[in-house]
Design a binder for this molecule. Structure first.
Ligand code: GTP
Ligand code: MG
Length: 230
């Protein structure tokens, strides 16, 4: 159902900027840009799905458990540009923000993270812009994940546009910790508690040890089965 309050806002001319024509033209460029980011997400997700399908042929299980993606919301885009003291424009979004298009790839084991990132960046239509390996170098709070900024060409009717995408690759265990830590961070007062920070870091370390143990269990099982065992 159409929200009556929303109707009022749209029809209220005084809430429009001084130059409505320019405003709507800007809106239309903005929507076009968001469509480009959405297309880039679709392309990268397809590449990841193809890699996952290929790697799961034979007796190997899928290295990717799931993929999530999102295009940054308009308000978050504006807030981030303001925080960076950049102007609010299409050019500025494309030049200053790396995470308008975001993809999270959740893998089974730690070595799957590196396998997937290697295979993706080896593809010759992908430009690797930046890597932050928070698995080899965890953040002080215990956060672990492999972050990449890439650029991918998206072909439209009359042009080719390089679009930036942020890809976060992590294990299910790392994802479990990051999701809960993110949720807790936004609960009142918790961000100031040193004790809670320490506890969360301890959890992150336990989870990292378990991740390594799971990988060695998998290696043992694979070793056994290649010797003819089950
Ligand atoms: P922004 O944080 O996006 O401004 O940029 P940055 O260039 O510093 O990016 P970085 O690669 O360090 O982290 C980007 C994203 O990773 C964040 O937006 C979060 O989604 C995730 N992330 C980074 N640090 C943490 C953390 O401590 N906890 C959780 N839960 N997520 C994190
Ligand atoms: Mg971000």
């Amino acid at each position: 159902m159409i929200n009556k309050d929303f109707n009022k806002i749209v029809l209220n001319k005084s809430s429009l900027p001084n130059d409505p024509e320019k405003f709507f033209e800007g809106m239309s460029h903005f929507r076009e840009l968001m469509m480009m980011y959405q297309s880039a997400i679709r392309e990268v997700t397809t590449k990841l799905t193809i890699l996952n399908d290929e790697l799961s042929i034979g007796n190997r299980k899928n290295p990717i458990q799931f993929i999530k993606s999102r295009v940054k919301k308009p308000l978050s885009i504006v807030n981030k540009l303001e925080r960076l003291e950049k102007e609010i424009s299409i050019e500025s979004i494309m030049n200053s923000l790396n995470d308008v298009a975001g993809i999270r790839v959740v893998c089974s084991f730690i070595d799957d993270v590196y396998k997937i990132s290697d295979m993706l960046t080896k593809q010759d239509d992908i430009k690797l812009i930046r890597v932050k390996d928070y698995i080899k170098n965890p953040k002080p709070n215990g956060y672990r994940s492999y972050h990449m900024i890439i650029e991918i060409p998206v072909f439209f009717s009359d042009s080719k546009q390089w679009i930036r995408v942020e890809i976060q690759i992590r294990t299910v265990a790392m994802d479990f910790w990051a999701s809960l830590e993110h949720e807790l961070k936004y609960k009142k007062g918790i961000e100031d508690s040193k004790e809670i920070e320490k506890e969360l870091k301890r959890c992150a370390n336990t989870i990292a040890q378990t991740d390594h143990k799971m990988m060695s269990i998998r290696n043992k099982i694979q070793g056994n089965s290649s010797k003819g065992g089950k």
